[in-house]
Structure formats: C-alpha cells, structure tokens
Design a protein around this ligand. Structure first.
Ligand SMILES: [Zn+2]
Length: 435
C-alpha cells in the first residue's frame, strides 16, 4: 500500500513537472524574474547590466552590430537544437515590453535547465534573440531610429544600420520561425468594443496574394496556443492585428525571405502596470516554444486564432468628461453641453504624459478608461479655447457659481473648484463623480 502510494506520488510529481501550464509560467515569472525596472525605463546601459547578469549565469551573449549612434546591439543564444527560433524586440524605440520579457525568459530557462521540459527545450531548439534592436530610439523613447527612419519601413532599401543588421542576422542563419515583438497603442481595442487589446497576434503571410504555406499554418497554430495560454489572464482582451502586406516592413519581408513571422503587439490593460505585460509576454513565449518542443502545437486549433476579433481603434479614450457645460471664454459664446474626450501621449513610467483633446460632442457611443460626470460643472480649457488638438488641461467651476468669464487671468480672479492636468486632478479630486 505504502509503495503504491509512493509510486502514485512519483507519477503525479513527474506529470506536474512536465505539464507546465500558463498558470505555472506566470507563477514562475512572479518568483523568478530578474528584471527590476519598468520596461519603459530600461535604457541601453540598463540592458547592458542585465546582459552582464545573463552572462554570469552562463548565457551566450555577443555584440552583433552597432546602431547609427554606434551603440552596441546584442544577440543572446540559448539551446542546441535543430529548430531555429529568432526573436527580436524594440525595433521601435518606445515599444519596450518584449525586451524585458526576453531577458526574464532567458534567465528563467538557464536557471531551470535541470527541469525535464527545459532540458527537452534546450535539446530541441536553438533560440537567438536580439533585444532592443533600436537602442538609439530606446534612449530617446521614440519610435524611429536616430536617422528618424522607421526601421520597420526600411526592409526594402536598408538605409538604417539596424535594418541591415536584422536582415543579415536572418540571412546568415535562416531560422525556421521569427517573432517580431512590438507595442501597440494602449487604446487599441479587441474588435468594436471598449476592451483594450492587451495582446494582439498576427501570423504574417508575407506575400501580396495572401497565399498560405506550412510555416504560416504552423504560426497560426502557435498563435492559438498563445491565445489559450493568455485567456486565463486577459480573456476578451486579445486581438488579431489587422495589417495588409507591406513590402517595406520587416515582418512581411522576413516571412517572404523564408522565415515565417509571428507579430506580437503588446497594448495595455487599465490599472495594470508594465510588469504585468512583461509577465504576459513571458507566458506567451514559453507556451509557444514549449508547444513546438512537445509537439502539442501540431494539434492546436488554428480556428482559435482565426476567430480572434480584429484590432480596432477610435472606440476608446483615456478620459471622457460627460455632459460638461463648456465655456469657451476666449470667444464670446454661450455655454453648451458636450462630452469631452482626451488622450494621453505615451511616456516612460513615472514621467507625466501630456494630454490632448481628441473629441468633443455626443460621445455616447464611445468609452473612456476613466469617465467623469461633469453635468454640474462648467468646463473651461486652461487657455480658454476648447478645440481638437488643444491641451487637455481643464478648470472646473460648480455650475451654481457666478463667474465673470471675461475677467483677465480667470484662474486667479475666480479660482476653480477642480483642476485636471496631465491626466491627474491637481485640485478638487473626487469632486466630479467617477462614472
Ligand atoms: Zn512597433
């Protein structure tokens, strides 16, 4: 009896180590991630420090090229298997999530090499990764490289050193699969809903005729595997990136050159921080890679990917002030009632993000990540003119007050009851009801 129990416990524990689920990967990330900075704050020198850590635990890290400003670009390699997997991140300097997720993934794999499934992965795959392909853009937290060229529109003419390097790394190695890792606008939605597309996938076809091939079909199945893994955390927040063939874009061209590409776009999830997005990426990569190794990818249902709602935009704003009594004091006009929507620019974590007015009028069909009831307040743009593109800095006055809107220096002569600036209440927080 005792022996039977022991055998049972042994089988159970073996099963447990080999049946690594998305939940397990997430728990592993919680316990073992090595990253400490929010991805948007990772500069080139921080990347170098992380890479030093990876080298110290035995990972192969080498400089493979230089950026336009002569910053080192690195490649990490892990595994000895026949299936070649190539991943690159931060081709756009202000799209940092994947860089950190990749570093965490390598540290995790290297430190868990004794585990059976990691051993199998090490034997089956060789993974090469270029984290932060655009270090100059990352330094400035801008999309483009230092030549102000969008590297992802440089696949044909190759005017950027970063683009030339990416092509060379692919051509010299001919990997079987590519992962092109980006961030998308945090206000992107999964379909025509108010649900942020926290992660979006695209199995890139790489030809204008929309002709599929086995590599593309496999990538659709891998997208299905990643979708199922992520649904546990962000159900309803997974989208399908909607993009036509673009002969200047690397995702398309690398697919056309013989390495079928999966595009992963990380968006955002309201009230979740950047590290949460890192964890989702970590879970997605490891789920996909593991399914390649244990061959579960082969029986995955690509219809799960086909059924994902396409990315959509314009349905969602950062902030909407509902039924505001708008006063344009720079023009002599009667107050009028309108919803006012503003969006925040993307900035590094901890930096204040400027906001701009994006829509005014009946916004009942749209949603805001945060909405406020402004029906009992006058809303005044700080400089007096409410228009599309103006700064989203607002003064609020209780409607019961009598205000001389023509007064010089209105803010001083009639101090407002509440002030909203750079996406925050700097005065009178909680005065307007949150909707
Ligand atoms: Zn991008």
């Amino acid at each position: 009896m005792k022996i039977a129990l022991l055998i049972f416990a042994l089988i159970f524990s073996i099963n447990k180590t080999s049946a690594q689920t998305a939940k397990d990967f997430a728990a592993d990330w919680d316990k073992q991630h090595v990253s400490s900075l929010p991805p948007s704050n990772v500069r080139h020198k921080d990347l170098q420090k992380y890479l030093e850590q990876l080298k110290q635990i035995g990972l192969k890290v080498e400089e493979v090229g230089r950026s336009y400003a002569n910053r080192e670009i690195y490649q990490i390699e892990w595994g000895t298997g026949a299936t070649k997997v190539f991943m690159w991140s931060q081709m756009h300097g202000d799209e940092p999530t994947a860089t950190t997720a990749l570093l965490d993934m390598f540290a995790f794999l290297q430190q868990n090499r004794a585990k059976l499934w990691v051993k199998e992965m090490e034997k089956a795959l060789t993974i090469r990764v270029v984290p932060m392909l655009n270090p100059d853009g990352a330094e400035l937290f801008q999309r483009r490289n230092l030549q102000s060229i969008d590297i992802n529109r440089d696949a044909a003419v190759l005017e950027t050193p970063e683009g030339r390097l990416l092509k060379k790394l692919r051509d010299d190695w001919s990997p079987a699969i590519g992962f092109n890792l980006h961030n998308q606008n945090p206000l992107t939605t999964a379909g025509k809903t108010d649900k942020q597309a926290t992660i979006s996938f695209l199995a890139v076809l790489g030809n204008a005729e929309n002709k599929s091939n086995e590599g593309h079909e496999r990538n659709k199945r891998l997208c299905a595997v990643m979708t199922l893994a992520l649904e546990y955390f962000i159900k309803g927040h997974i989208g399908r990136y909607d993009d036509a063939y673009n002969p200047r874009a690397f995702g398309d061209m690398i697919s056309a050159w013989g390495t079928p590409v999966i595009l992963i776009e990380t968006g955002a999830l309201h009230n979740k921080d950047e590290q949460f997005l890192v964890k989702l990426n970590f879970v997605a990569y490891l789920s996909a890679l593991k399914s390649l190794v244990d061959k579960s990818e082969q029986s995955a249902n690509s219809k799960i990917y086909d059924a994902l709602p396409f990315n959509d935009s314009g349905n969602l704003f950062n902030f909407i002030f509902r039924n505001a009594n708008v006063v344009n004091f720079a023009e002599t006009s009667e107050p009028f009632t309108a919803d006012v929507a503003i969006n925040a620019e993307r900035r590094r974590e901890g930096e204040s993000a400027p906001t701009y007015i994006r829509e005014i009028g009946d916004l009942s069909v749209f949603s805001g990540l945060e909405e406020f009831d402004a029906k009992d307040f006058y809303l005044v743009q700080k400089n007096g003119l409410l228009r599309i593109g103006a700064s989203g800095e607002f003064l609020f006055y209780k409607k019961t007050r009598k205000i001389d809107w023509t007064a010089k220096d209105l803010e001083k002569t009639s101090p407002p009851d509440a002030i909203f600036s750079n996406g925050k209440w700097t005065k009178g927080e909680k005065l307007l009801k949150k909707l």
